[in-house]
Write a protein that binds this ligand. Sequence first.
Ligand SMILES: Cc1cc2nc3c(=O)[nH]c(=O)nc-3n(C[C@H](O)[C@H](O)[C@H](O)COP(=O)(O)OP(=O)(O)OC[C@H]3O[C@@H](n4cnc5c(N)ncnc54)[C@H](O)[C@@H]3O)c2cc1C
Length: 467
Amino acid sequence: MTDVAVIGGGAAGAAAFGELLACYDAGTVHWIVGQHMPGRGVAYATSDDRHLLNVRASAMGVFQEHGDDFIRHASRQLGQVKGTDFLPRRLFGDFIQAQVGARIDAARRAGRSFRIHPGSAREIAPRGEAGYAVRVGADRWLEVAHVVLAIGALSQRPLRTVSTTALDSGAYELDPWRLDRHPKAPRRVLVIGTGLTAVDTLLSAAVQWPHAELVAVSRHGLWPFTHAALPLSPYARQAALNQALLACDGALPMLRQVRRAIAEMEDTDWRSVIDGMRPVNALLWQGMSHARRRQFLRHARWVWEASRHRMAPATGEAILQLEEEGRLQVHAARVLDVDGTAPLQVTLRERATQLVSTLEADLVIQATGLDTAVAYCAHDLLSQLLRDGLAVADPLHLGVLAKPDGRLLDADGRVQPGLHAIGSLLRGNLWECTAMPEIRAAAHRLAVRLASADTAVATLDSAGEVP
Ligand SMILES: Cc1cc2nc3c(=O)[nH]c(=O)nc-3n(C[C@H](O)[C@H](O)[C@H](O)COP(=O)(O)OP(=O)(O)OC[C@H]3O[C@@H](n4cnc5c(N)ncnc54)[C@H](O)[C@@H]3O)c2cc1C
């Protein structure tokens, strides 16, 4: 049996499925999508055109070979667009679906075997050397040689400081993309988080409830920095800097090297330096000990995330405008408690003054970003994999333990040759693996690896050399 099952109907699952359709002919490629609009996932399901991509159009693509396909697709809808533009994420969702559709048509013409399953994968059972059985929905089992987990971000867990009363009140929203669940206009909306998800939530809330006062709270109260309007020239001494960073022991000496480079450069923008580190980010992370990684997460993650995952210039302007109009207030504060029923009582301790105060909010939206703490999640399939020792939680709550190529480790530390992951489950190993450039490269490498491995097995099989 040389079939493959890709689990997950987001952008990573779409990329893996499409890449496999193009090169895998040793068996059937199954795509278990778990939803109705496969391909869009969390990021590209938005219908709000204020939600912009934070990567320029020229760098967005679903598959490794993408050229300027997205620019041409977007131009057909919007008129002429430039590769340097930051376009609505909805458009990229349309594009993913069109690209996968084209791969499906090509696969049909080539006589490839594939199936798309609308249900969710509920269970994975190992079958020794034969691979795995995957249960889809209540009782349908697929027997496959390889499983690709592309299940994306986990549903947010409520912060520990939120009382059950508040959670049950209906005024605490755990899904920042579901403002439509709150038809009654709130007077004050408080968003927990100031990252990219929080920014999009605030922009939508500002339009949905034009008279609502908006409050955003996070420990450092720092918005993501913005991209430059036009691409920046690269930092001339990036290669030397990257070598020096690879020789550093831990995040603090790295930070010093980066600061020195930024201070020394005269006509280069600091953002070029951060972007120029992209080729070595995974190596830098992998070179850190567990203790160093923990130190980085505690002390430097917030500023790294804000500098590395920047927002489109127009998004930054829209947030600034809300602040200038006095509609949006930001607090650098810790949320000590959320309690009550609507309005909720939110108790904060301000970072700068340590003063404690309580704010009332008719609606509190948790927008704290990507959750990768698999040990605490309520995801049936992941829980089963952890329980059965087929997956092991990363000790820093960054997905699961895996090799850099995505093969999962089992509870005995053995590499499982047929169980692979792509995307955010691999954060503990790769750190940066959730943006499209990384996802499509990983999907391509995985498909080529599986295709070459299984072509070899299939050839041996047909020659009768394998029992
Ligand atoms: C708000 C936001 C904006 C972003 N903007 C950009 C950007 O501009 N540019 C960029 O390059 N990157 C961006 N990213 C990062 C990246 O492109 C996305 O995170 C990417 O879409 C991740 O896709 P995914 O498939 O891994 O995860 P998800 O989108 O989370 O999709 C996973 C899917 O798997 C399904 N699933 C889960 N469990 C099962 C199961 N048991 N069976 C079947 N299906 C299951 C889920 O229902 C979901 O549909 C953004 C991310 C977010 C969250």
